[in-house]
Design a protein around this ligand. Structure first.
Ligand SMILES: *[C@@H]1O[C@H](CO)[C@@H](O)[C@H](O)[C@H]1NC(C)=O
Ligand SMILES: *[C@@H]1O[C@H](CO)[C@@H](O)[C@H](O)[C@H]1NC(C)=O
Ligand SMILES: *[C@@H]1O[C@H](CO)[C@@H](O)[C@H](O)[C@H]1NC(C)=O
Ligand SMILES: *[C@@H]1O[C@H](CO)[C@@H](O)[C@H](O)[C@H]1NC(C)=O
Ligand SMILES: *[C@@H]1O[C@H](CO)[C@@H](O)[C@H](O)[C@H]1NC(C)=O
Ligand SMILES: *[C@@H]1O[C@H](CO)[C@@H](O)[C@H](O)[C@H]1NC(C)=O
Ligand SMILES: *[C@@H]1O[C@H](CO)[C@@H](O)[C@H](O)[C@H]1NC(C)=O
Ligand SMILES: *[C@@H]1O[C@H](CO)[C@@H](O)[C@H](O)[C@H]1NC(C)=O
Ligand SMILES: *[C@@H]1O[C@H](CO)[C@@H](O)[C@H](O)[C@H]1NC(C)=O
Ligand SMILES: *[C@@H]1O[C@H](CO)[C@@H](O)[C@H](O)[C@H]1NC(C)=O
Ligand SMILES: *[C@@H]1O[C@H](CO)[C@@H](O)[C@H](O)[C@H]1NC(C)=O
Ligand SMILES: *[C@@H]1O[C@H](CO)[C@@H](O)[C@H](O)[C@H]1NC(C)=O
Length: 837
């Protein structure tokens, strides 16, 4: 009882936190004085070189013990008595200093041994960075109040555990939602690389050993003399944490530096790359390697010279080979297609391009394969390329940044999605062929393999743009280390490390995170139809018609009767035939295709009955309503944590979950209205198009405002919004309320355009009741790719709780435009307790 009380008191003392130290905070542990017996009184770090990860580990242990227990512990670098010490070093160095180990642990590259007996702790790495990984694991245990005695070896499942950053030389980041680049600015490498070191620390804490620092859509100016020296500085900044850097290449670079060709077989081109590679290794002696996006989305490549992709990859492999570097060659190669061809399919491209090249890549080339055949969608089947390369090393490409999945403005915990692929059994030769065992190199006996996670962190103190999305970066590292781990238990480690040990906090964040991907799938794109976002513009809000009628091949083939891609061999694109027979036959047959991939593989009537018994169209309606409802509960769950989390982080997450609750309704309405309009089939539950608690802005009495037909139509309630008649006119919309007298939550749906900040004031009977600014995107409060139009990206809801109104009151909203933004309004809703509309 007394213990429980003390615990509460300590938990009250949560210090303000801006997110910068993420999950490696070393926050004081409640009741830590109970555990002093388990705290070492000395740290012995068996390396004296300050850039050594072993030396770094000594500092981390010192900071950790100070932060978690408030205990000052000295670091020594020479032999000391092992009793009551943490001894950390490589196995080799330990053996030299302390003599042979009793039971030598079996360690592979980067693996470590951790043993704790009370305050006597041994952390031994197969190499220097491995020792640092062991130190972080030990500190993670302590920070979570775990004082178990342990003695075990931890080995990574695969050697490649990399991050990809899509940073541009001008400092912008493609698909980045957390600020500008921490590496580049104005065409060159930034002077102050403190954040690069701090990033390396986060990455090392979860076992990540490499990072590609620039965008796959690469700029050859990275290879000029100044920038190569700058790369050396980035490598120096990250090396103490054992993170090696690599770079993305522009295949046509030789030509941009004056050669007449970039043909990979031309001797001058080979010599040019050999020279550049040598120059790079002079500055970055431990460079990890290159990442290449060739012949893809407008990027140049070997096909220009009728050379194969393997010849292209091997050009770099040969240049890197003397230094031990590797080439990550992206399999994301496809052409523009014509939708009028029923058999055309972008999903076929990777296997079509790469299967014939199996065995032709040099041994230090790894083909980097996105988890699904299209592009990071909310649900895709496993890329069949994993089953088709037996003589080529492969790695999986996962996306930590939420490009199609809410851009860090929607909570979406991604590991459950990743696990649908990592745990998928492709049944090559009718034998167990689980993706995680393919990328580890085990299934096909390959020397290399692993994971690449596209993270795109930026200068924002939260790194990714939002604190809750940090769980995705954390879990990526943990899964890259050991992909068989359970996403929920990884999540819970992250929650304890980030927010402390309060079980209310643990349970609430666990629940919302575990429900977040299913909810997002429900309100964005069901049954394998993909994320129905705007693929031609921001990749953010809803715009289902953007999928079809263009050459990008992310088609839904939806018309007024039918929907879905026929990817069967019998009558469709033949994609299902790219899988080994057991899997192919499952997807070929509509009866054995799981509901959640039905529309990925089959073209069916909206009235087609699912295994669940619902029709396709009714499932769309039901799923969208249920997903949006779930998103409302995230907000409620979070509100139960007020006072249990420091105000800074509490408010940041509150703002985002409030926004998400509103935007999930934008998604729900847009998708259900779109397919309702297209199919003409009503919602059996009569929700779609029926909004009893809303007042359309266009139906109010307008002065200085005019109706505006929004495009795409389904992103406005009743297809219509209002805008001011000019961007200097103040608009007024008013109406007499007919609701029963009472207290309501007032929801206001407006559009927040990039390029101006409108101001809104709300009056009930001429008394100002509320006011707000449409400043979510202009001052980067949200961070998603903004829009300059009234559409599903800019559509935003703000809610004012507890507004008292009487029947017959006059409601008035006054909109003052700002910049290009004409104070746009869609509708208002007066919501009684418990009603979502
Ligand atoms: C100490 O660290 C440096 C830098 O990482 C390394 O070169 C050296 O081999 C290490 N020394 C020992 C004894 O492990
Ligand atoms: C403590 O940490 C060890 C090592 O990571 C782990 O095996 C064990 O399950 C943890 N115990 C608890 C109670 O979390
Ligand atoms: C950017 O670099 C150019 C030269 O490359 C220089 O003239 C300019 O002042 C720089 N701008 C900033 C903002 O540093
Ligand atoms: C390399 O490119 C950067 C950015 O354009 C520029 O500032 C720098 O002067 C260039 N260095 C050389 C040696 O050309
Ligand atoms: C470098 O950046 C860090 C972190 O952003 C900052 O704290 C520090 O003051 C900067 N140093 C200089 C010399 O500007
Ligand atoms: C490669 O470097 C050598 C030695 O510096 C130089 O002579 C040669 O011209 C370079 N080749 C190319 C293609 O740049
Ligand atoms: C391209 O290469 C292939 C095989 O190497 C050859 O058969 C074909 O004729 C070449 N095409 C052109 C246009 O050079
Ligand atoms: C971080 O991003 C949030 C939202 O995008 C923004 O409000 C905040 O100003 C940013 N902070 C920094 C330091 O970039
Ligand atoms: C077979 O494909 C054609 C297009 O080639 C399509 O119109 C038809 O609906 C498909 N049939 C079935 C049963 O899916
Ligand atoms: C799909 O609907 C059309 C038109 O209502 C109908 O003719 C056809 O039989 C349906 N197909 C299936 C497979 O139910
Ligand atoms: C819907 O919009 C139309 C055209 O702008 C308008 O005439 C109608 O009154 C609106 N309906 C409601 C319920 O506001
Ligand atoms: C009105 O919008 C135009 C562009 O549409 C812009 O150039 C102008 O500055 C805006 N006026 C004001 C007062 O913001």
């Amino acid at each position: 009882m007394i213990r429980a009380l003390l615990f509460q008191v300590f938990l009250g003392l949560v210090a303000a936190d801006n997110g910068l130290s993420a999950w490696v905070r070393y926050a004081p542990l409640a009741n830590s004085h109970h555990f002093h017996y388990a705290i070492p009184s000395k740290i012995v770090a068996l390396n004296t070189t300050e850039t050594s990860p072993v030396y770094t580990a000594g500092q981390e242990l010192q900071d950790g013990l100070q932060g978690i227990f408030g205990k000052q512990v000295t670091v020594e670098h020479a032999k000391c008595p092992a009793a009551s010490s943490v001894v950390i070093g490589t196995v080799d160095e330990y053996t030299k200093v302390y003599g042979k180990l009793q039971n030598s642990p079996e360690l592979v590259e980067d693996g470590f041994w951790l043993s704790t007996k009370g305050s006597e702790v041994q952390i031994l790495g197969q190499n220097e960075r491995a020792a640092l990984y062991g130190a972080f694991e030990y500190l993670s245990m302590l920070a979570q109040g775990n004082f178990s005695q342990v003695a075990y070896a931890s080995n990574p499942s695969a050697p490649i555990r990399w991050i990809n950053q899509w940073d541009n030389m001008d400092g912008s980041i493609e698909r980045g939602y957390g600020g500008q680049s921490i590496f580049f600015s104005n065409g060159t490498i930034v002077q102050n690389l403190t954040r690069a070191t701090e990033y390396a620390r986060l990455l090392a804490s979860v076992g990540i050993n490499g990072i590609i620092v620039n965008n796959v859509n690469a700029n050859s100016s990275l290879l000029n003399e100044t920038n190569i020296i700058g790369l050396g500085r980035i490598a120096d900044a990250m090396r103490p944490y054992g993170v090696r850097i690599g770079i993305s290449l522009d295949f046509a670079s030789p030509m941009e530096y004056g050669l007449p060709t970039f043909d990979p077989l031309d001797p001058s081109v080979i010599e040019w790359w050999t020279n550049k590679t040598e120059a790079l290794y002079q500055q970055v002696p431990d460079m990890a390697g290159y990442l290449v996006k060739a012949d893809s989305e407008g990027q140049p490549g070997p096909l220009t010279y009728n050379r194969t992709l393997a010849q292209g990859g091997n050009l770099f492999a040969k240049a890197l080979q003397p230094y031990g570097g590797i080439v990550m060659f992206r399999a994301f190669v496809y052409n523009q297609l014509n939708e009028s061809d029923w058999r055309a399919d972008r999903a076929n491209a990777a296997v079509d391009f790469f299967k014939p090249l199996d065995g032709e890549f040099d041994d230090n080339v790894v083909v980097q394969i996105k988890y699904g055949p299209i592009d990071f969608q909310v649900r895709e089947p496993t890329s069949p390329l994993f089953a088709n390369l037996h003589k080529t090393s492969t790695a999986i490409e996962l996306e930590i940044t939420q490009e199609y999945l809410g851009q860090q403005c929607h909570l979406v915990y991604l590991p459950p999605l990743w696990k649908t692929v990592l745990d998928f059994d492709l049944r090559v030769d009718n034998k167990s062929s689980i993706v995680r065992n393919i990328i580890s190199g085990q299934r096909f006996n390959r020397p290399l393999g692993g994971s690449a996670g596209v993270a795109n962190v930026g200068t924002n103190t939260t790194w990714l743009g939002s604190i809750l999305s940090q769980s995705n970066l954390y879990a990526y590292g943990r899964l890259a280390w050991q992909p068989a781990q359970d996403p929920e238990s990884i999540l819970q480690d992250w929650i304890r490390l980030t927010f402390g040990l309060d079980t209310n906090v643990l349970n609430a964040i666990t629940q919302m995170s575990m429900e977040s991907w299913p909810a997002y799938e429900n309100y964005s794109g069901n049954l394998g139809i993909q994320t129905l976002t705007d693929i031609l513009y921001t990749h953010y809000g809803p715009n289902p018609q953007s999928q079809d009628g263009n050459g990008w091949g992310q088609w839904t083939r939806a018309d007024h009767l039918t929907i879905g891609m026929d990817r069967t061999v019998t009558n469709g694109t033949g994609f299902s035939g790219q899988y080994p027979p057991e899997v192919a036959s499952m997807y070929e047959d509509i009866a054995t295709t799981p509901d959640n991939l039905l529309l990925w593989f089959h073209h069916v009537n909206y009235t087609h009955p699912l295994h669940s018994g619902e029709t396709v169209i009714q499932h769309f309606y039901n799923a969208h309503y249920s997903g949006a409802l779930t998103a409302q509960t995230f907000l409620q769950l979070w509100q139960t944590l007020k006072g249990k989390i420091d105000p800074e982080r509490y408010e940041e997450v509150l703002f985002r979950l409030t926004y998400q609750a509103g935007h999930s309704i934008v998604w729900r309405d847009a998708i259900t209205n779109f397919y309702n309009n297209l199919s003409g089939i009503p919602d059996e539950a009569q929700r779609v198009g029926h909004h009893p608690w809303r007042i359309e802005a266009e139906s109010m009495t307008l002065s200085g405002y005019m109706p505006y037909a929004v495009s795409p139509f389904e992103t406005a309630s009743n297809y219509t919004a209002i805008v001011t008649t000019s961007n200097t006119t103040v608009g007024t919309a008013s109406t007499v309320l007919a609701y029963p007298s009472g207290t309501y939550d007032l929801a206001v749906n407006f559009y927040d355009l990039y390029g101006g900040i409108s101001e809104y004031k709300i009056y009930i009977n001429d008394k100002q009741t509320a006011a707000f600014s449409a400043d979510y995107v202009d001052v980067a409060r949200l961070g998603h790719t903004p829009s300059i139009y009234l559409d599903g990206h800019s559509a935003t809801r703000i809610t004012f709780p507890g507004v008292k109104v009487a029947k017959g009151d006059t409601f008035k909203i006054v909109g003052t435009p700002g910049g290009i933004e004409p104070a746009p309004l869609d509708y208002v809703a007066f919501l009684p307790a418990g009603v979502v509309d």
